[in-house]
Design a binder for this molecule. Structure first.
Ligand code: PMP
Length: 440
């Protein structure tokens, strides 16, 4: 029975399991942005495998491509050997990149997960610069392997870990709603840059020059915070001036989710290393890093791994990139995102518990606060308990949303890029009902 399915997993699966605690459902099937559980209840899914399913569940063309790929007879896994499907995938990625970046780009296959690619980028930056330290940001999320976790800003997830890479320096990320300097907007972003620059120029700062600065152009797990254009441009200037590599982690915000193919495009600059995973495999496990050929300082075989030749991921990834362009899904992400933020702002006028509505494209969040209560910095008091209640109420009404943010008080919307206008209306209506239930 459906309940037995859930119970057996609770019995056998490690205590480390995460999503099933907040989403206690057993999934039977999915199509588009909708999933059905084993009890026959349907949900609109604004999590969609944490952003790894840009075309939603069981897209008919992706299903067909996977079946065709199996029928070619090419093995599912081929290490990093050459195959026609890999060739087609590489060409599709190069074509999807901004033309200038693609001109000199090298692609490196890293393995199944985003963290694998983060690890590769750290090693490459250290190798190229012959330096040992890294710079990252408050609220950053880069994964759960030892190196990637060391770059992650959230102390909660690191509190029981020892022996992580220690030479990581965390700088303030421009977070308007809770600006570290008490200054929001452009002034806050400027202060953040001045601080980073002063630290890099000051021999007495106690901070050695890093191999690289790694940043998410839109922070995801840290609470859906888009970095301002000007700030990214200034980061580019500083890193170039100091000979530091600039790494953009677009594992979550890349592949049309921001409304552009890549979130960094809006700022008109380019990273030295670009990290991609999740959507790049069209739902199959895949991660890569891309960089200018001048950084390709590896010796042959210096960074290996078994699972870098998933042919199903090559096929579904290439087809996904093709469909995103053919169906103008970057534009859909931009328009549906704007529609959602507008609707959430409307709801905010009735519920002061929504402290902030923000995001870009189809990466959006609302920050849940205690109205009229402020911390010692004069910032609205976060309300993680209410965020949990709203998430639960939404689930009961047939809507799956995720929770994240610095204090666990940001409700996050990360639907597939194919979500429709009618479905966004459903998200907004359901959120209004869920908040009303939760605050009652
Ligand atoms: N970087 C970013 C920005 C992410 O959002 C994530 C996953 N949420 C990762 C890296 C790690 O990816 P994975 O979970 O596949 O290791």
């Amino acid at each position: 029975t459906p309940d037995e399915v859930l119970l057996s997993q609770e019995h056998y699966e490690s205590e480390v399991r995460s999503y099933p605690r907040r989403l206690p459902i057993a999934i039977k099937s999915g199509r588009g942005a909708i999933i059905e559980d084993t009890k026959g209840q349907v949900y609109l899914d604004c999590l969609a495998c944490a952003g790894a399913l840009p075309l939603g569940y069981n897209h008919s063309e992706i299903n067909q491509v996977l079946i065709n790929q199996i029928n070619t007879g090419v093995p599912y896994q081929t290490l990093d050997l050459t195959t026609p499907s890999k060739d087609a995938f590489i060409k599709a990625v190069m074509q999807f990149l901004p033309a200038n970046f693609a001109k000199t780009a090298r692609i490196q296959f890293c393995g199944p997960s985003g963290a694998d690619a983060v690890e590769a980028s750290i090693k490459l930056a250290k190798l190229y610069t012959k330096r040992n330290t890294m710079m990252s940001f408050h609220g950053a999320y880069h994964g759960m392997t030892n190196g990637a976790l060391a770059l992650t800003g959230n102390l909660g997830s690191k509190s029981r870990r020892t022996g992580l890479m220690s030479d990581v320096h965390f700088m303030p990320f421009p977070y308007d709603y809770r600006c570290k300097f008490g200054l929001g907007g452009e002034e806050g972003a400027k202060q953040s840059i001045r601080y980073i620059e002063s630290v890099l120029c000051d021999d007495e700062s106690g901070i050695t020059k890093p191999a690289a600065i790694i940043v998410e152009p839109i922070q995801g797990e840290g609470g859906v915070i888009p970095a301002p254009k000007k700030w990214l441009q200034e980061l580019r200037r500083i890193t170039t001036e100091h000979g530091i590599l600039l790494i953009f982690d677009e594992v979550q915000c890349g592949i049309a989710r921001s409304g552009d193919h890549f979130a960094f495009e809006e700022s008109g600059i380019e990273p030295d290393i670009l990290i991609l995973s999740k959507a790049i495999g069209g739902g199959m496990p895949m991660s890569v890093i891309l960089y200018n050929e001048k950084f390709d300082c590896w010796n042959a075989g210096e960074h290996t791994g078994t699972f870098r030749g998933n042919q199903l991921a090559m096929a579904s990834g290439a087809k996904t990139l093709e469909i995103i362009q053919r169906d103008n899904l970057a534009q859909n992400a931009a328009e549906r995102g704007e529609q959602l933020r507008e609707a959430l702002r409307q709801i905010q006028t009735d519920f002061p518990q929504i402290g902030d509505v923000r995001g870009r494209g189809l990466m959006n969040g609302i920050e849940i606060v205690k109205p009229g209560e402020f911390n010692s910095l004069g910032q609205a008091e976060a309300d993680p308990q209410l965020a949990i209640k709203i998430q639960r109420a939404a689930l009961e009404l047939g809507l799956i949303i995720e929770k994240g943010g610095r204090q666990g008080a940001v409700l996050r919307f990360l639907p597939p890029l194919i979500i429709s206008e009618v479905q966004i209306n459903f998200v907004a209506e359901t959120m209004a009902k869920a908040i009303a239930i939760a605050v009652d």
